[in-house]
Each structure stands twice: as C-alpha cells, then as structure tokens.
Design a protein around this ligand. Sequence first.
Ligand SMILES: NS(=O)(=O)c1ccc(C(=O)NCc2ccccc2F)cc1
Ligand SMILES: [Zn+2]
Length: 259
Amino acid sequence: MAHWGYMTTNGPSTWGKDFPIANGERQSPIDIVTTAAEYDSDVLGSNALSTNYTPESEVKLVNNGHSIMCQITKKGVLTGGPLGKDEYRLEQFHLHWGAEDNRGSEHTVDGKMYASELHLVHWNASKYSSFADAVQKPDGLAVLGIFITPGVACNQFKVISDNCGKLKTSGAEMTVDTTLDPTLLLPSNTSDYWTYLGSLTTPPLFESVTWIVFKEPVEYSKEQLLALRNLVDSDGNHMQDNYRPPAALKQRKVKKTFT
Ligand SMILES: NS(=O)(=O)c1ccc(C(=O)NCc2ccccc2F)cc1
Ligand SMILES: [Zn+2]
C-alpha cells in the first residue's frame, strides 16, 4: 500500500481506496456554514468548556512525515461544553498548513480557508484506558481546532517554529529544554466555538472525534508560517498543503455557543 499523503498520487481523493470510511457519515473536516449552525444553550450553556493544562517542562517535537507534532507528557484535562462531565486528556498537538497564506486550514468558515489550523488532540480518560483504546470509540476523542492567520508572532509557538529547521526530515525527533504552556496556544476567547461529531482528518479517519473549533483565530508571524513550509515530508518534498478538504456534512448539525 502506497503510504498516504497529500500529493496527487496519494492524497485525500485516493484515501477511500485503503480507508473506505473516508466516505462515511461523520467525516472531518467540514465547511462550517455559520447561518446553519444552531445555538444550543442547554447542552453548551450548562457547563462551560474548561481546560486545565500543566505546562510541559520540556518540549518533545516529532516530524511524523505529514505534520510536526508536539508530544504531551504532563497531565492536561479538557472537559465541559459538549463533553459534559467526561475528562479528556491532552495527548499531542500538531498543525496543518498551506504553501501560501490563502490556504492551509482543514475546517473552513462559509468557505473561507485560514493559513493554518492547530489541533490539540485529547482522549476520553473518564471512559478509556489509553489513546489507542479511545481512538476508535465514537466518544473517544476531542480535538480543539484553532485557526491561524498571518500577523504578529505567537511567543508560545516560537519553540516549535524556531526548531523546524532541525526537524527537516521525516522521522526526525528532538527534545527542547524549555517550558511550554498549551493554554497559551489558545485564542483569548474560548467561549465562542462551533462543535460537531466528526473524525480524524487523516487516515485511518476513525469517526471518534468531538470537534470543538474556536471562532477567534490566533496570529502567527510570516516567519513562523514559513518555518512550517520548510519542513520536509516522508517523500522528501516540502511539507505544504497537508490539509484535507471539507467532507460532506450528511445528517449532522453543527452547534454554536454564541449568537
Ligand atoms: N488531524 S486530527 O484529526 O486532529 C488527527 C489526530 C490524531 C491522529 C492520530 O493519532 N493518528 C495516528 C494513530 C495512532 C494510533 C491509533 C490510530 C491512529 F490514527 C490523526 C489525525
Ligand atoms: Zn490535525
């Protein structure tokens, strides 16, 4: 099986061959049609979404061939909102981006694409014993989606963007001796978001993700975005345009927490 990727020969339009769930009922990402999203006070209003992350004392970065990923070692908890009382444990975060600023995000808002999208990946530690156990369960994962737009530099992201040059090739890993507080990667407004039931956006595309996509984007500098585009993927090409286009909404409703 040719390894999946984002080129014409192994990209999103070919994934259905090896991963038939690619055409499933709850695939991600989606285009968020803001006028169709439903404000749902009871489910969402009752208990606000809350994050309780422990800052990492060192930063473990991996070029996994299709993104740059930061592995989380400290206890970080996401709960509330659509997650109810279940506590979801932060496992890793990674990004998707374009070759240019006009594209790169996976979710779109009324057809608008952002330059990049940051994903904080969590698994349901209230119900399952590990990420691998949770990853195939319908309520196994929760991913926070943060849109990235070009602007001022994000200081907390510097440890990643400043080290991309040392993670050029696929499989490269490094540990940076500096702290990182995942809370500081979030937008200032974490009350306004869209949420819906979806999937992993890369193979194996498991339909196990409660998506929470914040309305407010975060700014990264041009240099920080360029650093991502200089990474090299598992085929030795520049890691760029590593985003899946929106999938069909099918019989789903997108909820929103703001009017
Ligand atoms: N872009 S995203 O939707 O946020 C996303 C998040 C996590 C994964 C992942 O963990 N894949 C590897 C993997 C490991 C173990 C078991 C199954 C897996 F898919 C893939 C996509
Ligand atoms: Zn992702």
